[in-house]
Design a binder for this molecule. Structure first.
Ligand SMILES: Cc1cc2nc3c(=O)[nH]c(=O)nc-3n(C[C@H](O)[C@H](O)[C@H](O)COP(=O)(O)O)c2cc1C
Length: 339
């Protein structure tokens, strides 16, 4: 199963292994991808990863987590991204980009962060400015423009970053969204920003290419989102054409999380079984057997590896051998392929 292809719209991913979006904080203040990003992503393509999702890449400069984030808010940023995309595809990888806005978790030096409500993430962070309705529409438009650029760069997939306490998650959670207009209050109102972002992206993104959505299924704090509430939120966007829900958790506020191998698989399973979405599961999946089990037991359609792929970019090649799948190696490395 781990090395079985999966078809999403017109895109065939050669196996079920996804590289988790992971910020490299290695741009030089201009949001432009450089040689570090090129080597980093291409190495994982050589290593056999089926789907690479580029790190959180910001739709506006004010939405960066740090001054060193990747950006996709201006046309000059397209070409260096395209260079990465083109090279990764040569090794059979499918490649996507995570579109992001950090909201109140932005630590950029020259700007004031924005949020649904003027509440700082913690006392070490700047107090964000509450977004007006006009400013909300402007940000939605920035997601649309970013999707146009992502298409020009040749990406196969867009992942919308709706997790980890960044802007979309800040709208979703009642702990960070205290608005009294149509963007706050009920579950439906808190979901409105997400729905409008999805619709804007969909307007310009080719119909034959998939869209993923990453969510935090649990805030781990009383009064915040729990899995029941996340199921309600996702049921409200069920017909918006999202192809895969990438199920993570946490990040809204500091919370104690019990960590163990596959600790977020249970949330993926619930979303998959109850709502019928295809899902991708992330979080301490490092062993090939666990990855295989999560897929074969029907608890996710894709497994996502983060830190394990930082430690070992050749994990997919080695996992295939371990599980006795015969897969193609890059021809330059074939003499190292152990039978
Ligand atoms: C260095 C680093 C950077 C990260 N950056 C992002 C990011 O840009 N977007 C995101 O959704 N998650 C980000 N995460 C979270 C990972 O994508 C992943 O969900 C988390 O590390 C758990 O998976 P793992 O146990 O396989 O590492 C980051 C994690 C790390 C370690």
């Amino acid at each position: 199963m781990l090395f079985e292809p999966i078809k999403l719209r017109n895109i065939i991913i050669k196996n079920r292994i996804m590289m988790s979006p992971m910020c490299q904080y290695s741009a030089q203040g201009d949001g432009m991808a450089n040689d570090w990003h090129f080597v980093h992503y291409v190495t994982r393509a050589v290593g056999g990863t089926g789907l690479i999702i580029l790190e959180a890449t910001d739709v506006e400069a004010r939405g960066r987590i740090t001054d060193y984030d990747l950006g996709i808010w201006k046309d000059e940023q397209i070409q260096p991204l395209k260079r990465i995309v083109d090279e990764c595809k040569k090794y059979g990888a499918t490649i996507g980009i995570q579109l992001s806005h950090a909201g109140r978790k932005s630590e950029v030096t020259d700007d004031t962060p924005v949020a649904p409500t003027s509440m700082e993430w913690n006392k070490d962070y700047k107090t964000p400015k509450e977004l007006s309705k006009k400013e909300i529409k402007d940000i939605i438009n920035k997601f649309r423009e970013a999707a146009v650029r992502a298409e020009k760069a040749g990406f196969d997939i867009i992942e919308i970053h709706g997790a980890h306490g960044y802007l979309i998650h800040e709208f979703l959670s009642p702990l960070s969204n205290k608005r009294t207009d149509e963007y706050g209050g009920t579950t439906e109102n808190r979901t409105r920003f997400l729905r409008e972002v999805i619709q804007a992206v969909k307007e310009v993104w080719p119909k034959d290419k998939p869209i993923f959505l990453r969510v935090s299924a649990d805030d781990y704090i009383e009064g915040g989102i729990n899995i029941d509430e996340m199921v309600r939120i996702l049921s409200l966007i069920k017909d918006e054409g999202i192809d895969v829900i990438d199920v993570s958790s946490g990040g809204l506020l500091n919370a104690k999380i019990e960590l163990y191998p596959g600790y977020q698989v249970k949330y993926s399973e619930r979303i998959k079984k109850e709502l019928g979405f295809k899902t991708a599961s992330v979080g301490l999946i490092t062993q090939p057997e666990l990855a295989e089990d999560v897929l074969r037991s029907g608890r996710a359609d894709i497994v996502i590896l983060g830190r394990e792929l930082l430690r070992n970019p050749y994990w997919p090649l080695q996992a295939a051998r371990h599980l006795r799948y015969d897969i193609q190696w890059p021809k330059q490395y074939e003499r190292a392929k152990l039978k």
